[in-house]
Design a protein around this ligand. Sequence first.
Ligand code: ADP
Ligand code: MG
Length: 259
Amino acid sequence: MTNPSPDTPVIRIRNLHKSYGQLEVLKGVDLVAPRGHVVSLIGSSGSGKSTLLRCCNMLEESQDGEIEFEGEAVRWKGTGHNRHPADKAQVMRMRTNLSMVFQQFNLWSHMTILQNVMEAPVTVLRRDPKEVEEKARAYLAKVGIVEKCDAWPAQLSGGQQQRAAIARALCMEPRALLFDEPTSALDPELEQEVVKVIKALADEGRTMILVTHDMRLAADVSDHVIFLHQGRIEEEGPPDRLFGNPQTERLRGFLSATA
Ligand code: ADP
Ligand code: MG
């Protein structure tokens, strides 16, 4: 991978269109994730937040628009519903550099926590297992669950499982972290332990795209907030303005419904 200049955004998306069959889910969306920034995506259920996040790391294909990873444009072949990535290695590079944390944790139930964290760096990146283990333990310590190394996922609380999933994403040493409603599956008392970890990562200057229903979290950690409505950006801006002085009726309605 070439070394991009620090002001090249990690991800830049222009005019993205995405449909599932006849259903158009993203109708021309732009998104920029500058290095070291946190971009949050908010909006009602079904507005296209998860789809947009999954398009960022090419877990989903899209039918029109441009996606750049560190200044490098995704290469496509074909158009519309026949458009597919032209370069598998490029897609792989994007996926491994844009680690995703899911609402449902998605830990491997047949592996210990340490094995979960080590799995992708060893098998996908082919890193030395000894070095990966050292890093994995350090990331597990960072999220506060190093004592759970040898436990099975089922033996952990939801909050601990999600912190393990964050350690697993960090162990890939990605260029950005993508979070899809990381606290939505958690009981309120466990939510805060995950929020704390996400805030610490933001404070470290990690690049993140965060889909969340937690407006306080979005307000606290974001440099930029995007409000999606039915596959379009209805309003976007710095968190102070979006939450403090929303301009559109739709965002005002959404914020009063989630308050
Ligand atoms: P959000 O994350 O904001 O709740 P999603 O991106 O999950 O929204 O979904 C946006 C729209 O796309 C919804 O109407 C949803 O039903 C639809 N959708 C999402 N995934 C699929 C899929 N795999 N196949 C068909 N429709 C989908
Ligand atoms: Mg979603």
